[in-house]
Design a protein around this ligand. Structure first.
Ligand code: NAP
Length: 293
C-alpha cells in the first residue's frame, strides 16, 4: 500500500509556486493576490480561511482577509463582492462557505466575476469545466486530480465510484473523472444517499472517492483488493485526550481499508492540504490571466 501523502505533495506544489513568484518578481510583474471573505465566526471556517491566508504568505502571494459580521445583510455582502470584482490589486477571491442562512449562497456565487472565481464555483466555470474548456477547477477536486497525477495512478478505462454529489466536491469530481483528459477517462458511478446497495458499486470500483461527511463510513468489506481510495471527509469528533477537545476523522475506516488498498489518502494529511494549494494554483492562473485571456 502506498500512502498518498498530502503533506509532501502540497509542499512540492508550494515550492513550485514560490519559484513562480520569484520569476514574476524578477520580471517586475504583479505578485498574485488572493482575497478571502469570511462572514461570521464559525470555528471550522476560521481554520480553513486562516490556512489559506497562511499558505499565501508561505509562497509569497499577497492576501487580504475581509471579516464581516454574521448579521451583515445579503446586499452588503454583494457590495463587498462587487468591490473585489473591480479591485485591480485582487486577482482572485473566495467567499468562505457556508454562509448564514439569511444569505443566498447561489446569489453570492453568481455575483463573483468568473475570471476572479478561483474557487471555481460559478456556473460559468462549472460549465466550462464540463466542456473541457479552460476553467478554474474547484479546489478539492483539482487537488485530487493532482494527487492522482503526481503518484502516476492510471485512471484511463478504470471504474471510479464517487460517493457524495455536493456542488463543491462529488459532482465536479464525477465530471472530471469522466472527461477525456490525462487524469480522467474513467467509467464513473456517482452515488448519493438514495443509492441502493451502495457496496455493490464500491466493491467493483478501481478508484473510490469518498465525500459524504460520515466518519469511517467506507469499510474494508465494501472495497476490492488493490483499489485506490481517496478520502475527502473531514469531521470533528469529540476527543477529550486532545488539547483541542476533538480530532479529525475521515469518511474511510483507514485502519482496515488501508490493508486492501493499493493507494490511500490519510485524514488528516491527505486531500485537505491539497485543497489549499490548488486554490493558490488557481490564483496564480488568475494573476497570469491564463484561464480568461
Ligand atoms: P455535503 O454537501 O455534506 O453532501 C454530502 C453528500 O453525501 C450528499 O450528496 C449526500 O447525498 C451524500 N450522502 C449522505 N449520506 C450518504 C449515504 N449514507 N450514502 C451515500 N451518500 C450519502 O458534502 P461535501 O460538502 O462534499 O462534504 C463531504 C465531506 O467532505 C465533509 O466531511 C466535508 O467536511 C469534507 N470536505 C473536505 C474538503 C477537503 O478539503 N478535504 C473539502 C470540502 C469538503 P444527497 O445528495 O442525496 O443528500
Amino acid at each position: 500500500m502506498v500512502l498518498l501523502d498530502g503533506k509532501k505533495t502540497s509542499q512540492e506544489i508550494k515550492n513550485e509556486l514560490k519559484l513562480a513568484v520569484d520569476a514574476i518578481r524578477q520580471q517586475g510583474g504583479k505578485i498574485p493576490h488572493l482575497a478571502a471573505v469570511l462572514v461570521g465566526n464559525d470555528g471550522a471556517s476560521e481554520t480553513y480561511v486562516a490556512s489559506k491566508v497562511k499558505s499565501c504568505e508561505e509562497v509569497g502571494f499577497g492576501s487580504t482577509l475581509i471579516r464581516l459580521d454574521a448579521n451583515i445583510s445579503e446586499n452588503e455582502l454583494l457590495q463587498t463582492i462587487e468591490r473585489l470584482n473591480k479591485d485591480p490589486e485582487v486577482d482572485g477571491f473566495i467567499v468562505q462557505l457556508p454562509l448564514p442562512k439569511h444569505i443566498s449562497e447561489n446569489k453570492v456565487i453568481e455575483s463573483i466575476a468568473p475570471e476572479k472565481d478561483v474557487d471555481g464555483f460559478h456556473p460559468i466555470n462549472i460549465g466550462r469545466m464540463a466542456k473541457n474548456l479552460p476553467a478554474y477547477i474547484p479546489a478539492t477536486p483539482y487537488g485530487i486530480l493532482q494527487m492522482l497525477e503526481r503518484y502516476n495512478i492510471e485512471t484511463s478505462g478504470k471504474h471510479c465510484v464517487v460517493i457524495g454529489r455536493s456542488n463543491i466536491v462529488g459532482s465536479p469530481m464525477s465530471i472530471l473523472m469522466a472527461r477525456n483528459t490525462k487524469i480522467g477517462n474513467c467509467t464513473v458511478t456517482l452515488c448519493h444517499s438514495k443509492t441502493q446497495n451502495l457496496e455493490e458499486f464500491t466493491k467493483k470500483a478501481d478508484i473510490v472517492i469518498v465525500a459524504l461527511g460520515k466518519p469511517e463510513f467506507l469499510t474494508a468489506n465494501m472495497v476490492k483488493e488493490g483499489a485506490v481510495i481517496i478520502d475527502v471527509g473531514i469531521t470533528r469528533v469529540e476527543d477529550s485526550s486532545k488539547k483541542s477537545g476533538y480530532r479529525i476523522v475521515g469518511d474511510v475506516c483507514f485502519d482496515e481499508v488501508s490493508q486492501k488498498a493499493s493507494f490511500i489518502t490519510p485524514v488528516p494529511g491527505g486531500v485537505g492540504l491539497m485543497t489549499v494549494t490548488s486554490l493558490m494554483q488557481n490564483t496564480l492562473l488568475a494573476a497570469q490571466k491564463r484561464v480568461y485571456q
